[in-house]
Design a protein around this ligand. Structure first.
Ligand code: FES
Length: 197
C-alpha cells in the first residue's frame, strides 16, 4: 500500500501529550471491505503475531458516523469460541458507546502511513475488572487472558519504555493518570512507566 505525502505531519505513535481533535496525524491504515466504513481503517499498532489474526482499530480516528454504524451492529465481547463464527469486526459497546474495535484478518494485510484527521483526544474509559490472568517474565508479559475487554491491572515497566509489554502497542499520546499509569488501548493493561508525559 502506497503512502500519500506526509509532509511534516507527526506520527501518532511518537507524540507527547494527547492528540488534538481536528488535527491530522500520520496513522497506520489498511484497506479492508467492512460494512461500517468506506474509508481506510486506522490501525492501533500492527496485527498480532501469527495465530492471533486480528488488529485493533484506533477509534480516535473514526468519525461519529462510523462509530454509530459499529454500535448498531450489536457486536459484543466475548466472541464465540468457534473462530469461524466471528464476524470481521468485534466491538465492545457499553450504553451505545463503542469502547474498542477489533478486526479479524488473515494476518497478511498490507498497511501504510496515511494522514488522518483526529476526532477525539482519548479512548473511552473502561471499567476495571480484578481477575486478570497474566504471566510476566522480566518486564514483558508473555501470556495474557485477552477475553475480557475490561481487564485492568497495574504493571510497572522500567526506564524509557513506551510500548506495551504485552503485544507492543505504542503508549504515547494516551492520558497519564494521577498514579503515573496509562491504560493500553489494545487489551487494557494498566501500565506504570516514567516516559510518557
Ligand atoms: S498490547 Fe495487549 S494490553 Fe497492551
Amino acid at each position: 500500500m502506497a503512502n500519500r505525502g506526509s509532509g511534516t505531519i507527526e506520527k501518532i505513535e511518537k507524540i507527547h501529550g494527547l492528540p488534538e481533535p481536528g488535527r491530522e496525524y500520520l496513522v497506520r491504515c489498511t484497506a479492508m471491505a467492512l460494512p461500517w466504513t468506506n474509508r481506510l481503517i486506522p490501525m492501533l499498532w500492527l496485527p498480532h503475531k501469527p495465530g492471533l489474526s486480528h488488529f485493533h482499530v484506533d477509534t480516535r480516528f473514526l468519525n461519529d458516523e462510523e462509530l454509530a454504524a459499529i454500535a448498531q451492529q450489536q457486536q459484543h465481547y466475548p466472541p464465540p469460541s468457534r473462530p469461524q463464527d466471528r464476524p470481521a469486526t468485534w466491538a465492545g459497546v457499553v450504553a451505545g458507546e463503542v469502547i474498542g474495535v477489533t478486526v479479524e484478518n488473515d494476518g497478511l494485510l498490507t498497511w501504510g502511513w496515511f494522514p488522518r484527521r483526529c476526532y477525539r483526544a482519548t479512548f473511552p474509559a473502561r471499567s476495571p475488572v480484578a481477575d486478570v490472568t497474566m504471566q510476566v517474565k522480566g518486564d514483558r508479559v508473555v501470556a495474557l487472558d485477552c477475553n475480557n475487554p475490561y481487564m485492568l491491572e497495574t504493571l510497572t515497566v522500567g526506564g524509557d519504555r513506551h510500548y506495551c509489554p504485552h503485544q507492543g502497542t505504542p503508549l504515547r499520546g494516551l492520558p497519564v493518570d494521577a498514579g503515573g499509569c496509562v491504560v493500553c488501548p489494545a487489551h487494557h493493561l494498566r501500565i506504570k512507566t516514567h516516559d510518557l508525559a
